[in-house]
Design a protein around this ligand. Sequence first.
Ligand SMILES: *Cc1c(COP(=O)(O)O)cnc(C)c1O
Length: 671
Amino acid sequence: MKRKGIFVTATDTGAGKTYASLVLGHLLKDKKIDVGYMKPVQCSGDDASKITNALDLKDDFNLINPYYFEEPLSPNTAAKRAGRKIDPQKIIKAYQKLSAQHEMMIVEGAGGLLVPLCKDYLIADLIKDLELEVIIVSRLGLGTINHTLLSINQAKSLGINVKGVLFCNTSKNKGGIPEQTNPSVIKDYSGVDILGQVPFLDKVDQQAIVDKCSNAININKIFNLSDKAITNKLVEMDKRYVWHPFTQMQDWLEEDPLVIDRAKGSYLIDTDGNKYLDGVSSLWVNVHGHGQKYIDQAIKDQINKLSHSTLLGLSNTPSVELAKELVRIAPKGLEKVFYSDSGSTSVEIAIKMAYQYWQNVGKKKKTKIVHLENSYHGDTLGSVSVGGISLFHEVYSKLIFKAIKLDFPSEMHTGSADYFNCLKRLEKLLKVESGSIGAFIVEPIVQGAAGMIIWPKGVLKEMARICEKYEVLLIVDEVATGFGRTGKMFACEHEGVRPDIMCLAKGITGGYLPLAATLTTKRVFDGFLFDYKDKKTFFHGHTYTGNPLCCAAALANLEVFKEQRTLQKLQPKIEFLTRKLKRFEKLNCVGEVRQKGFMVGIELVKDKKTRALFPWEEGIGVKVCKKVREKGVILRPLGSVIVLMPPLSITLKELKILLDATYSSIEEIVC
Ligand SMILES: *Cc1c(COP(=O)(O)O)cnc(C)c1O
C-alpha cells in the first residue's frame, strides 16, 4: 500500500515545527520507512537544508524547497519584496515528484494555517490541494491553549483533518502547571488526539532522538503506521466479546478476523493499513463510496443542530424533508412515509400495516400473507414468517406466524414459462381465497438472498395486475434493490409497477447510518383515520423512528444522486460489467451468471453439464471469497453463489480489479 504523509503546521512561528519535523523524520527512519521531506517556502534561515542533511536526503533541493526568500517575513510579503510570486502549482508538482519517490512524506508549513502564500491562497489551501492531513505543533507552556484551539477549529471548519496536536518543548525548562495540564485541556476542548511531546534535546542525532522520543510520540498514529500489537489486541478482544451475525462462531474463533479501521471511496482499510476493494458495498448498503464528502458533512452539520428527538408526539426537520423527497422519487401513489431502522423492521411494519388495514376497514377475514419460495425479508420474527430460505428460517418454524408460501422458480436456467405458470397458480389462489388473504410480499425482480435470482420481464407487472384484481395489497421489499442497485432508482420502475406498500432500507442513507422507511398509499393511510376511541391507531413505533442524523444522511444521499448524476453514470458501468461477465460463463465450474444492474450472482457448479451443485457443507463460496481477500478484495458469498455488488460510485478501473480478482480466485479454487 502506498503511504502518503502529513503536513506539519503550527499555532504560530517558533512553535517548533522544524524541530518536530526533524524528530519525526528520524523516528520514521528508525522504523525503516523511506521518508521524504519538503519545505515549500522558507523565509530566511537554513532549516530546510539542515533537515535535508540530517535525514541524508538525496532529492533535488529545488523540489525539497521550491521557494526561498532572504527576509524573515510572511511568505507573500517576502516574495513581493523580492519581486517574485509564489505559484502553488509549482509546489504541488514538486510534492508529487517527491512523494512518488518516497514511502512517506513530511511537509512542513510556514507559520500557521492562515498564512498567505499568494493572492487568495493560504497555507490551508495548499494543505487541501496536497490532500494531506495535518498535525499541529504547539509550544508547551502558558498562553498556548487559545492558539491551539483556534488552529484546530479553523482546520476542521475548512474540512482539513487534524490528526492531533504535538507539543514541543523548545526550552530546557522543566515546566510548571501549564506544561502539565495544557495537553489534557486541549484534548478535552477540541476532541483531537494528543500525539505526544517532543522533549528538549541537547543532542539531535538519530540515536538520541530514538532513545528520548520513541515512547514520547505516537508515531504510529501520526503516520497511520501498521501496528501489529494494536491489531492483535483488537483481534483478541473481538474473539472474547463479540458475537457476529450469521456466523458459526466455532469457526470464527479459529481464525483471526480482519479488523476494518477506516475507509475511503471503494476501499476498506484494516488496522494494519491494508486496502481492500469493498466488492459487496459493506453488505449491499454503500452507494457513493466511503467518506463521501457531502454525506459526511451533512451528518456533521446535523450533529451540530440535533442528534435525536422523538417522532412520537413531535416532528423534526430532516425527517419531514426526507419524507417529502422519498415520496417525490417513489413510484406514483406512495404518499406516506413510516420510518424505522432496519430492513427487517420496515417489513414488520409493512406486514402489520397491511394486516391492520383490513381489520380497520372491516374485512376482518383478510389476515393471511402470501410470500414466495426462497424469499428473504429480514431476521425479525414477522419477517422470518414470510421468509422462505430453509437454511435460515426452518429452526424458527414453531415460533412464527403461518403464511402461505407460493412455489416459485429458484433453480438455474428456468425458462420464463415456469415463472408464468407459477403466476397462474397465484391467480388461482387469489381467485379462491382472496377473502382470507390480505397481502402478497415480494422482493421485486431480484431475489437477493436466494442467490440473486432474477425474474424474466413482465413477472412483477403480472403480480401487480393479479393483486389489484383480487384486492390483495402488494408489498414490495426494495430493501436490497432500492437506490439504484438495479440500474434504476427502484426496481419497480423497470415495469412501471405501483405497489401498495414499499419497504426501503440498506442504501437509503448511502450506507452510512441505519434507517428504514415503509411507504404506502393514501388509501392505506386513510384506513387508519378514525376516532382514537375506536382503537384503530397504528400502534407501532421504534424509539429512534425518524432519527435526524439518519434522515440528514439520507437527504444527502439523494442530493448526491442528483448532483453527481449517479444513475446516468452508472449505465456504462453496468454495460462494462455485462461484457466482462461473459468470460465467467465460459468457466467449467460456473453454472450461471446472473446480473441486474449492479447486482451480480455467479453460481458455481460441480458439473456444468448436469448442473450438479456443490453440497453446501463444502463451503465452496466461502473458499473462493477467502482467496479473493488475498488479492485485496472483500466479498461475501450466498452459499455457492459469488455475489458482486460494488458501490455505484466504483470506477471502471476498480471494477476491472474486482472482476479480475474474482475470476482468478474462482479459477484457482474451483475450476
Ligand atoms: C437485507 C434485506 C432485508 C433485511 O434488512 P436488515 O436491515 O438487515 O434488517 C430485508 N429484505 C431484503 C430484500 C434484504 O435484502
